[in-house]
Design a binder for this molecule. Structure first.
Ligand code: HAM
Length: 422
């Protein structure tokens, strides 16, 4: 038989790692709803055109990274490469901006697909948590959003660097583009193939080219922050003031340009030591034109997304210690019914319990519990059953004691106390 493996760049998430995923996602949902973001779930498949129009024909994602297919009707569809375009579509389609007054805050968690060259931290199926705010044009809201990103990092004890920039707007960016083209044109022979191709269609992307490393190579590249129109410059100033009030530590970085074309004004990225070259944990910014470009009203918007694989890789390893396991065994056939009762009673409490109903000798039960990495062992032997008791053994300290079988609360309390102070 052929041995099937997962598709290249797409990962299974299996125990024990899946436990960390579950806990991380629980925490993210909790943080999001505490900050008053409401969950939005959109399909993984959208029409191809939504992404082409939204993310920009010149972006790498649209040009070469999308999974595109036709359905049986010949409709051109794509697996979503990111979450924002779908959320914008749903926002318009369900009149979410009309039925309630703004600002509207949404979050989502889910998989995305990009046909990139897989490496550590870069996958073809990856997951994001995203935050999107519609209906507020202020840079103060951008600052609040960046503050939310900081709270997430803090919660997970991740040391990240928040890099902030303004990439201008349709008023001031065209002139900056021309300055960049004029700067790089004489250097075209020194640029990588991608940048030679991009110089006329998307010259801003030359700034974050990993191959050319322009930041290190040339010190006199024109910076966007020197070319902002008065409105963008004033907004950028307000953003920075608001970030200071939130005590968000950030660095100004004129080389943050973002890979998707919908951004205006505020753009930011968060980097962390992921141990690989893919160190951008999160990114986002303002996208005031996207709702209108998708067919909605002129609704300003801002948002960001964090990559969950990358986030998890920088969350300290001991951040989610799995709850210690308790196991239960019967030593003879007559103990099985009591063990079943015990399983039923414990199921109502927050303890991790696993029973096995094949009777076995004490020594064998002990071995099995140890092999499984259990901390607690409960035994139903002949004496215990006769006296309506259960024998408890702490497999770490070796302590042993008897409980009455009805003393479920005392047992639960003991297990929980041991979790806090072993
Ligand atoms: P993005 O910068 O393309 O932005 O992706 C956001 C984050 O997703 C990245 O910082 C990274 O952590 C993660 N990520 C992206 N591609 C991959 C990959 N191939 N493998 C693993 N992780 C990856 C967006 O997607 C925007 N929609 C963010 C946004 C929301 N802007 C406004 N609202």
């Amino acid at each position: 038989m052929a041995r099937y493996t997962a598709v290249k760049g797409m990962n299974d998430i299996v125990p024990p790692e899946s436990y960390r995923w579950m806990r991380m996602e629980e925490d993210l949902r909790l943080i999001a709803s505490r900050l008053n973001y409401e969950e939005i779930r959109t399909p993984i498949v959208e029409s191809l055109e939504l992404f082409q129009r939204g993310l920009g024909e010149t972006s790498d994602v649209v040009q070469k990274e999308m999974y595109v297919f036709e359905d049986k009707n010949g409709k051109r569809l794509a697996l979503r490469p990111e979450g924002t375009a779908g959320v914008v579509r749903a926002f318009i389609e369900h009149n979410l901006g009309i039925e309630r007054p703004g600002p509207h805050k949404f979050f989502y968690i889910g998989p995305n697909f990009r046909y990139e060259r897989p490496q550590k931290g870069r996958y073809r199926q990856f997951h994001q948590v995203g935050f999107e705010i519609f209906g507020d044009p202020t840079p103060e809201m951008d600052a609040e959003l960046i503050y939310a990103a900081m709270l997430i990092l803090d919660h997970f004890k991740v040391k990240g660097e928040i890099r902030v920039n303004s990439i201008g707007c349709p008023v001031c960016r065209p002139a900056y583009r021309e300055r960049l083209i004029a700067y790089f044109r004489p250097k075209i022979g020194e640029l990588c193939g991608d940048c030679r191709r991009r110089i006329d269609i998307n010259p801003l992307r030359l700034l974050d080219c990993k191959a050319d490393a322009p930041r290190e190579r040339w010190s006199d590249i024109p910076l966007i922050t020197e070319s902002l129109c008065p409105e963008c410059a004033a907004d950028f100033e307000r953003l920075r003031k608001a970030l200071d009030i939130f005590h968000v530590p950030y660095v100004l970085d004129s080389f943050i340009v973002r890979g998707l074309d919908y951004y205006v004004k505020t753009a930011f990225e968060i980097t962390a030591e992921t141990g690989g070259t893919q160190n951008a944990v999160a990114g986002g910014g303002r996208y005031d034109g996207l709702v209108a470009a998708t067919g909605g009203a002129a609704v300003p918007a801002t948002g960001f997304a964090a990559g969950l694989e990358r986030l998890l890789s920088v969350i300290p390893a001991d951040f989610y210690a799995p709850q210690p396991l308790a196991t239960g065994f019967a030593l003879f056939d007559g103990g099985v019914a009591d063990l079943l009762h015990f399983t039923k009673h414990l199921s109502h409490h927050p303890v991790r319990f696993m029973a096995e109903y094949t009777p076995r000798k004490f020594k064998n039960a002990l071995q099995k519990a140890n092999k499984r990495g259990a901390r607690h062992l409960f035994i139903f032997g002949e004496d215990e059953v006769k006296n309506q008791q259960v024998l408890y053994k702490d497999l770490v300290t070796g302590d042993q004691r008897l409980f009455g079988q009805h003393e479920i609360m005392a047992i639960v309390m003991m297990l929980m106390e041991k979790e806090v102070s072993p």
